[in-house]
Each structure stands twice: as structure tokens, then as C-alpha cells.
Design a protein around this ligand. Sequence first.
Ligand SMILES: NC(=O)c1ccc[n+]([C@@H]2O[C@H](COP(=O)([O-])OP(=O)(O)OC[C@H]3O[C@@H](n4cnc5c(N)ncnc54)[C@H](OP(=O)(O)O)[C@@H]3O)[C@@H](O)[C@H]2O)c1
Length: 395
Amino acid sequence: MYLDYYRSKKTINKKMNTNRRDFLGMGLALGITPIINASPVGNLINHKRSEKKLKILILGGTSFLGPHQIAYALDRGHEVTTFTRGKTIPSVYQGLFSKVEKLVGDREDNLEALKNREWDVVIDNSGRKVKWTEDTAELLNDKVGYYMYTSSISVYYPYYGDNFSEDRSVVLEVPEDAEGDERYTYEYGVMKANSELAAIKHFGVDRSIIVRPALIVGPGDRTDRFPYWLARLEKGGDIIIPGGPNEVVQYIDVRDLAEWMIRLLENKAAGTYNGSGPGHDMTTNAFVHGVHASYNSPVNYIQIDDLDFLKENSIIGIQPWVIQLPQYAGMSRSDNSKAIEAGLAFRPLSDTVSATKDWWYSDAVTRERRDNILSGARSFMQREKDILSKWKMKK
Ligand SMILES: NC(=O)c1ccc[n+]([C@@H]2O[C@H](COP(=O)([O-])OP(=O)(O)OC[C@H]3O[C@@H](n4cnc5c(N)ncnc54)[C@H](OP(=O)(O)O)[C@@H]3O)[C@@H](O)[C@H]2O)c1
């Protein structure tokens, strides 16, 4: 049953905190992605059904975010076309895809199906390389009204500082000495930042919408980041909560994000927006208790805020969106005030938990995937007891 976008109003932010200056000193290429405030949409954006029916092209659309965009768009009377290789099977809203035009190609080397076609708007969800966005934005420029690029808060990495608003400068080149995980994280953010620029280069500020989501959670998630907490808190017992009790937590329910993105398109809301929630400050403890409220399991929380210990035992990042390293400190501190002003609304955590649970225990998720979270060879739960023993010895 489960379901399932320059006006030359560039703002160059010269304000950088001390840490970011340090990075400049390291010779990184810092760039400003254009800040778009082209439409006075403000709180005019509302939840009413759109009068104008849109022809929407989604590059991607069959993975996590796309199906929710499709469900909402169809419900509001829009027409949707997807462009994929035809490999990924959606795990939510599968029944809706019969109402979607499906174009097949490859962003790497085959855009034939997109040629000589027209749409009102395009959503670029599947941007994984700057060249991919460069190519589609160039190809579609004369044929599509608005280009929406699904970016990420990762453009702000390294997250030194606080209150990451859209005019924050971003890194446009991976530092030569970055290695391992750090290099990977840089590459993703740099790719997203340069892809934003590629979209804007071809469509201009008036016809580009850039959305930078925080970690996306909810039904259809392809990662186990959020499902880990559902499974772990359902099981109960001695549970490690890494980090301090008052770390800030940010995430965005995939449905809130998807629906808001469609409304931005309906309102031609050109601009750059952080897409993060919830709508109020949430701490680690509030998050954990909020998730556990859906379960009856007896729990004993063991808070571990010793960074060295967390590092030694590879617990860093087990609470998915609170990574206890200085360069991640601001990861959950993106400023969502512009997005809220532009109509981003939030479901309560209980709703996110409940919908994700329904999906998690549906046929859309394999038993193997479910089991892996708690018992898989690489699962954190498998190591948790040993780590707890070490922690008790240390104390
Ligand atoms: N998940 C998060 O927490 C998070 C946070 C911030 C931002 N984001 C961003 O959100 C966006 C949406 O993420 P998502 O998980 O829904 O989708 P995604 O995994 O980034 O993209 C998958 C979609 O792209 C298609 N695709 C993959 N390779 C392709 C190719 N070579 N040519 C054509 N199509 C191709 C896939 O279909 P086929 O396999 O059939 O081709 C599928 O429809 C992404 O840009 C991601 O970076 C995600």
C-alpha cells in the first residue's frame, strides 16, 4: 500500500569567518555561486493547486527524491517526463509511473531523446558530474523555461562556522592535498557548486532555481542513515548516542522537499535556496527521543562525547548528520529562513518516522537490507557491545 532556478543581482559575500580565511590561506579557489533573488515570491508561495499545468522534465526521477516530486506534480495536474538509463527501479509510488513519459538515454553520452522537445521546466536531480549539467543546460536552454538544479548543502564543505546562508562563499576546487574521505567529500561539494554555475551560465539568474538540500530522509531512502535509527531504537537496550546532547540536527523529509520544489517551479521562484529542516532547532537528544516515541522498547542511552574515543572506534558519523569533527560542525547549521519564506513547510518528526516505518517494512525493502542494519558484518550494532565495554573500562 506504500506508497508511495541572473538577474545581475550578484551578491558577493566578503564576510568570512576566521576559519574560512585560513582555508583561503591554503590556496583554495573559493567562489560565490550567484545568489538569485529574482522573484518576490516570499510567502506568496502557498499550497494551493497550481492554475497553470506544467510540462515537467525530470533528469533522473526514479530514485529517492524523484518519485515524491512525481506524485505531487501529478496530483497537481502537471505532466511529467523522466530521463534515465532505465536501470533504477523506484521503491515508492511504483504504480504512478504508468502516468509518466519515460525517456531513455545516458547523461554520459546519449542525450538524443531530449533533442527537439520542449518543456516548461526541467529538474536536474541526477547531476553527478559538472559536464552532465553543462550538457543538458546547454541543450535545453532554448526549449525549456526554467532549470532547477538539485544541489546539496555539501557545497558549503568544509563546514567551519555557523548559520550557513545561501550567500556563503563556496569552494570551487578540490585542494591538492585532500586525501581519502576528505577528498571524496570535497569532490562532491565542488561538483555540486560548479554544476550550479553551469546551470546558471546557460539559463541565467532569472531562469535558474538552485536547491541545496540537507540530508534527505523518508520513504524510499537509498541509504541506511535514517533507517538505522528506526531499527536501533526499535530494538532498544544499551544504545550509544555519539556526541553531546545539544548537537544541532538538521535533515529534510523527502516529501517536504519534493513538494516544495514543485511549488517553487509553479511560482517561477528563481533563486538559490537551502533546503533544510526541521522548522525549529532540534538537538541530538530531541531527535533521538522523538524517533523513539514511536516505539515501546526499553532503552538505556549512553552518551559518548569523547571525540578521541569516537574516532578510535570509528563511531564518527554514526549519528548520520552529526559528525563530531570540526570541519563538519556546521553541517547541521544551514540557514533555512529564505526557504521557509519561499514556502518550505515541515511535517513533524513523528510523521517522518511513521511513513518511513511503513515503507521500511513493506515489500519495497528487502529483508536482507533490513537485517543488515542490525546484524550485518559491517553493522555498527555488531560492534556496539564491544565499544560499550571499552567505554565502561575507560570511565
Ligand atoms: N540523499 C541525500 O541525502 C541528498 C542530500 C542532498 C542532496 N542530494 C541530491 O539529491 C538529488 C536526488 O537524489 P536521488 O537519490 O533521488 O537520485 P540520484 O541517486 O542522485 O539519481 C538517480 C537517478 O538518476 C538516474 N541516472 C543515474 N545515472 C544516469 C545516467 N548516466 N544517465 C541518465 N540517468 C541516470 C537514475 O536512473 P537510472 O539508474 O535508471 O539511469 C535515477 O533515476 C541528487 O542530485 C543528490 O546529489 C541528496
